[in-house]
Design a protein. Structure first.
Lengths: 301, 281, 350
């Protein structure tokens, strides 16, 4: 049966209503999304600091970014480390946690509610709390490590450890959302499949690998994409945890911090816009790649 | 007979192991908060000692939060911003979502593809021009900058609502048409009441997003009187760097409202996610 | 009071090769109960929706009460429709569902209340007025759907397979109720179903459609006795008429050893012979068949068999008291005057 929205009722009134209903939404998107998109591209070819008039510099910003700016390479590297350091543990942990929660145990809803709590905490509050956890002298982690005789770790004072700390926080924040999505997907897998597998003699782990994971592929790829996108642009947590300079000693100098610095501290809007577009391009490429990979594996199945 | 006992023993062990694992996971999820809670009840000196539970809960820390920052003011500001944007998003996105799902007009499908394309645009690209836009309108450091950009909805919200509207049965709408309804009446009186799960998801996501937003308030707001809670916390962190108890008390106070809201909305929210098809696609 | 007419009405879905409804010419008289029946995809629902205004008319016209409504808005056509899945508003009570269209039409509240109570009384829905659709049984929901149409007091009722979601017994009961209701209200009704038994029992006239084309529109008895073509012959009647293609030799055809005189004037070498199961009697002489299955239904029995020289399947109805045995052979004698002949073009040859 042909449904209404496929041309069954093309009356003028509905068309007029359609346009009117979309108009406010579209206007907002045009003003706050499309215009900024175009304008930032335009700005990336300028040199501008808000007070003096803008000067057209062509591709100079981009050239400087790729050839002269050592901090860009650092930021790129740090962001990559941070992204992978978030993605891999987060996905693995959420798979396990979602599988754990996908049962009809008594009180399971309490556990589910608890696991989702970090979602409700803002990045700022998260970072402040974890600062206390990571405190070298009397933070929780060093205290607990002290009980087993491991020396205090300079979580936020050493550049390498600072990145580790950042990743830990990021994983802590990413797992709940990923778990929600994966759990919802898992609950969509029909029970009868598991029963058939059990009759065929598959163990619980085997069932998980061969049935659960393939059937939640869509949700998995969604989670991967979202996690990458968020990690790539990270700013809030980094700023609050280690300050707006990406310290200590550029240990946490990620692209998000670099962008903020150039835009709102140095007021170098042209350069910052160029950086933003480079980030966009990388992100776009990554997402396309990831979509293509999952589509190919979907065809193979 | 022995295999029966073995089976029962195995399932008991499995049960215990499962619960242990779940408790472990719960601990991982909660420990920073619990640690912050414990720190917030200690005195300045006690903080140096590595105990989990403070000897005497020092509630005065919480009182001091109110002395060191205009908590209630910031709370109200945050509620105002989150509330306005959420209401606006829900209304305008559902209206547009209905349009894209059920009303035919020229260019509808190309327009929707454009919407989908904007979903890909990261925040980093738009933040600088949005900042400049706010300056041009003269809205920097005013509530308008916090409310208006999100008020008329977003591409994501519209996408969500459109997907959901498409799952509603068409004969409901046909019956309404035959009953004499105008498109607005169909939307408002017939279809919107059926979209509660999707609206729940959108409302919670939007509220949480605005409440937790940091970069935008950081860039836009200078005055304390219109600042958000997050901003207040960071300012406090800058000013009272090592005063852990007070900082932890402030953190707990700030996360409490949202956790409460979340605890209540959680069930509906998770069901909404399943219904709107984020799972198992 | 209103007539409904299709005047060469056509609807073709974009991207399809043949029209869903092809130049339909049909008129429902004032107060008539007209049934549209046919197999899936024949265009009956599409035709109904064209009258409702839910489907555009690509060419031709639709008239309600002689008024050309082809391009009129549904709400200006003064019609009411009962949907297959009822389309009750889930968030409203039964009373609100019934009253909704009237409220939209700005009918004064007192009259709304009167009409709602009248309909509720008529359909035995009074105890359920404050309940929501999800708390009702299938039969109750169906009645609410009917009630919604009744309160509108329209010129035309349109019903789209309203009984197909009910269980068999309820279907029977409701069928009679709908027919009685329509007689009482006297409103012109167009009723769509795929079930030919429903069509035959309920309709004043029945329109048989196939592939978007009207095959025949006539009273049930006429469809049964004088089908206009081989499709109608095979569609109407349950079990279906036996239709067998046979070669003609010397103005007669042979079937299972039995010779039947054929009418004069058959052009081609073959002719299609049609005999209904109820017009084949088990007797000593006649068409010889081998019995495969016997369905015993109590008062009647249906014999399914194959013609001995040819393996053509045949169905016959016989008395339920002493039906033939499976695997045996019986002879079926056609009752005189009830044998149909159809030419290669599907049309009857008399």
């Amino acid at each position: 049966m042909i449904s209404i929205d496929d041309g069954g009722m093309p009356t003028k009134r509905r068309a007029r209503a359609g346009r009117a209903f979309v108009a406010p939404n579209l206007a907002a998107i045009a003003v706050f999304m499309l215009f900024p998109l175009g304008f930032s591209l335009y700005m990336s070819f300028q040199k501008w600091d808000l007070f003096t008039p803008a000067k057209f510099v062509g591709l100079a910003n981009f050239r400087h970014l790729f050839t002269d700016d050592p901090l860009f390479a650092t930021a790129l590297r740090n962001t990559a480390v941070y992204t992978i350091g978030t993605l891999v543990p987060a996905v693995l942990i959420s798979l396990v946690v979602a599988a754990l929660l996908n049962r009809k145990l008594k009180g399971i809803s309490v556990f589910r509610a608890v696991v989702f709590v970090p979602l409700a905490v803002s990045s700022v509050v998260t970072a402040v709390m974890w600062q206390f956890v990571f405190n070298t002298d009397n933070g929780l982690l060093n205290t607990m490590l002290g009980w087993v005789g491991i020396g205090p770790v300079p979580w936020l004072l050493d550049p390498g450890w600072a990145m580790v700390s950042l990743c830990m926080i990021s994983v802590w924040k990413s797992v709940p959302f990923a778990t929600v999505v994966l759990l919802a997907a898992m609950q969509g897998v029909p029970h009868t499949l598991y029963e058939a597998a059990r009759i065929d003699g598959a163990s619980a782990t085997r069932q998980f690998i061969s049935i659960t994971v393939p059937l939640i592929r869509g949700a998995l790829s969604f989670v991967v994409v979202i996690t990458i996108i968020n990690a790539f642009q990270a700013f809030d947590q980094v700023y609050v945890l280690t300050g707006g300079h990406g310290g200590p000693e550029t240990g946490t100098y990620v692209l998000g911090i670099m962008l903020f610095q150039h835009a709102f501290t140095f007021l170098d809007f042209g350069y910052a816009s160029a950086l933003a577009w480079v980030m966009f391009a990388i992100l776009f490429g990554l997402t396309l790649l990831q979509l293509r990979l999952t589509r190919r594996s979907a065809l193979e199945l | 007979m022995s295999y029966l006992i073995r089976g029962v023993r195995r399932s008991i062990v499995r049960g215990v192991a499962l619960y242990a694992a779940l408790i472990g996971v719960a601990w991982c999820a909660l420990f920073p908060i619990l640690w912050a809670l414990s720190g917030s009840l200690k005195t300045e000196s006690e903080v140096a000692t590595p105990t989990l539970v403070p000897s005497h809960p020092h509630w005065a820390n919480y009182g001091e939060v109110f002395a060191l920052m205009p908590f209630w003011r910031m709370f109200l500001n945050t509620v105002l911003y989150a509330g306005c944007v959420t209401a606006g998003q829900v209304f305008f996105c559902s209206l547009a979502g209905y349009s894209f799902a059920r009303l035919r007009f020229r260019g509808r499908d190309t327009l929707f593809v454009l919407y989908l394309a904007t979903l890909m645009v990261p925040l980093t690209v738009t933040v600088i021009p949005q900042f400049i836009l706010m300056r041009t309108f003269g809205w920097t450091d005013t509530p308008l900058a916090m409310i208006v950009p999100g008020l008329f909805g977003s591409a994501f919200g519209t996408y969500l609502m459109r997907q959901f509207f498409r799952t509603l049965p068409t004969d409901l709408e046909e019956a309404a048409i035959l009953d004499g309804c105008t498109p607005w009446q169909i939307y408002w009186r017939i279809l919107l009441p059926q979209t509660k799960p999707a609206i729940m998801v959108l409302a919670v996501l939007t509220w949480v997003n605005v409440w937790n937003d940091f970069l935008w308030p950081l860039v836009m707001i200078q005055r304390q009187s219109i600042a958000t809670l997050n901003l207040g916390l960071v300012w406090m962190q800058g000013q009272y760097v090592s005063r852990w108890p007070v900082l932890m008390a402030a953190s707990i106070l700030i996360l409490l409202p949202l956790v409460l809201v979340y605890a209540i909305a959680q069930r509906a929210f998770v069901r909404g996610i399943a219904v709107t098809g984020f799972g198992g696609r | 009071m209103a007539t409904v007419s299709f005047e060469r009405a056509t609807r073709r879905y974009p991207g399809t090769s043949r029209p869903a409804v092809d130049r339909l010419d049909l008129t429902a008289g004032d107060g008539e109960f007209l049934v549209l029946v046919g197999p899936s995809g024949c265009g009956k629902s599409t035709s109904l929706r064209m009258v409702a205004g839910l489907e555009p008319v690509d060419s031709g016209r639709i008239r309600i009460d002689h008024r050309d409504v082809t391009h009129a808005d549904p709400k200006d056509r003064d019609i009411a429709m009962v949907f297959q899945n009822y389309a009750l508003y889930p968030h409203m009570t039964v009373a609100q569902n019934l009253a909704f269209a009237l409220k939209i039409g700005r009918i004064p509240r007192a009259e709304v209340r009167d009409r709602v109570l009248d309909a509720a009384r008529l359909l035995d829905l009074e105890p359920h007025l404050d309940r929501k659709p999800k708390d009702l049984s299938g039969g109750q929901r169906q009645r609410v759907a009917m009630g919604r149409a009744i309160v509108r007091r329209p010129q035309v009722f349109l019903m789209d397979e309203p009984l197909s979601n009910l269980d068999a017994q309820l279907r029977l009961q409701t069928r009679n109720q709908i027919a009685a209701l329509q007689r009482r209200l006297g409103t012109t009704t167009i009723y769509v179903t795929h079930d030919q038994v429903e069509a035959m029992t309920m309709g004043d006239r029945v329109a048989v459609l196939c592939n978007g084309v009207l095959q025949q529109c006539a009273a049930p008895r006429t469809l049964y006795r004088d089908p206009a073509n081989v499709f109608v012959a095979g569609f109407i009647g349950s079990p279906a008429m036996n239709l067998i293609s046979l070669p003609v030799l010397n103005d007669s055809v042979a079937l299972g050893g039995w010779e039947i005189r054929a009418p004069r004037g058959i052009s081609g070498p073959d002719v299609v012979v049609g005999i209904r199961p109820e017009h084949l009697e088990v007797s000593g002489i006649g068409i010889e068949i081998e019995v495969d299955v016997v369905e015993e239904l109590g008062a009647d029995a249906y014999v399914y068999g194959r013609i001995v020289d040819g393996a053509t399947p045949v169905i016959a109805r016989t008395d339920g008291l002493d039906p033939p045995q499976r695997g045996g052979r019986v002879r079926l004698q056609p009752v005189g005057g009830h044998i149909h002949f159809f030419g290669a073009d599907g049309l009857p040859i008399r």
